[in-house]
Design a protein around this ligand. Structure first.
Ligand code: IPE
Ligand code: IPE
Ligand code: MG
Length: 246
């Protein structure tokens, strides 16, 4: 089992993003309703947030609900939205205690009003915390994000606020939901699926990908340590040769 003291504090990923998958299969395996899987998944969320802060990683982004997830049965969508509101209410003191700042990305205006208000309140309440920025991806889809970005930039070009010649990667970055976040260094997906499912397409351009069979509700601190240790054993070359790096 991986331990915290095995992790090299000088080689930490700056930004870890997680596709929290497998709640439904976890529930089905024990003859429970899918909603029980989502409920149990909140324990894993708490564990991972705490571990991330303890390790000293400054940015954590969790994929909680995709634009495609709106196509799930109405009852499941309702359960997920209710769980979001109750978790936000419940976790606020813990966020404060651990000096964590909450952030959210996605088409937030599509969330139920209650969830929007709760989210806005917790974001406001934690805005001065600075140990860890926890970003929840809610009603998030990378294609929707990129489309929105293109529309905003085009409209600025049309109104002579920016010129076509000046469009570069940093201008694009400034129009994404993730404008205040660094690139993702490590992307983790649980439950054995090896796909991106419309998550952070632009931001993971050079992320290290880590897939584990563990179903999200079973994911614990030690599983995160294992992912980080795996990350620390990789050579990130960013297009260069190995010799250039040494
Ligand atoms: C992830 O678990 C949670 C969300 C996508 C909201 P799933 O609900 O996708 O679980 P599986 O993939 O069906 O097991
Ligand atoms: C991705 O999981 C979205 C979240 C974890 C929130 P899904 O379970 O929705 O992805 P697919 O449908 O298997 O690709
Ligand atoms: Mg899934």
């Amino acid at each position: 089992m991986a331990h915290l003291d095995q992790i090299d504090p000088k080689k930490l990923p700056h930004h870890v993003a997680i596709i929290m998958d497998g709640n439904g299969r976890w529930a089905k395996k024990q003859g429970l309703f899918r909603s029980k899987g989502h409920e149990s998944g909140t324990k894993a969320v708490r564990d991972v947030i705490e571990a991330t802060a303890e390790i000293g990683i400054p940015f954590l982004t969790l994929y909680a609900f995709s634009t495609e997830n709106w196509n799930r049965p109405k009852l499941e969508v309702q359960t997920l939205m209710r769980l979001l509101v109750s978790s936000l209410k419940k976790e606020l003191p813990t966020l404060h205690k651990n000096n964590i700042k909450l952030n959210a990305i996605g088409a937030l205006e599509d969330l139920p009003k209650k969830a929007q208000i709760e989210l806005r309140d917790v974001i406001e309440d934690t805005k001065n915390n600075d140990r860890l920025t926890l970003t929840l991806a809610l009603s998030y889809g990378a294609r929707e994000e990129i489309t929105k970005t293109i529309k905003e930039i085009s409209s600025k070009v049309k109104n002579n606020i920016i010129s076509i010649e000046n469009i570069d990667e940093s201008i694009i970055n400034e129009h994404l939901y993730t404008l205040n976040l660094p690139d993702v260094d490590l992307l983790i997906r649980t439950s054995g699926e090896q796909r991106i499912s419309n998550f952070l397409l632009w931001q993971i351009a050079y992320a290290e990908l880590y897939f584990t069979e563990v179903l999200w509700p079973d994911f614990r601190k030690t599983d995160l340590y294992e992912a980080i240790l795996n990350f620390q054993n990789r050579e990130r070359r960013f297009g260069k040769t190995s010799e250039q790096l040494n």
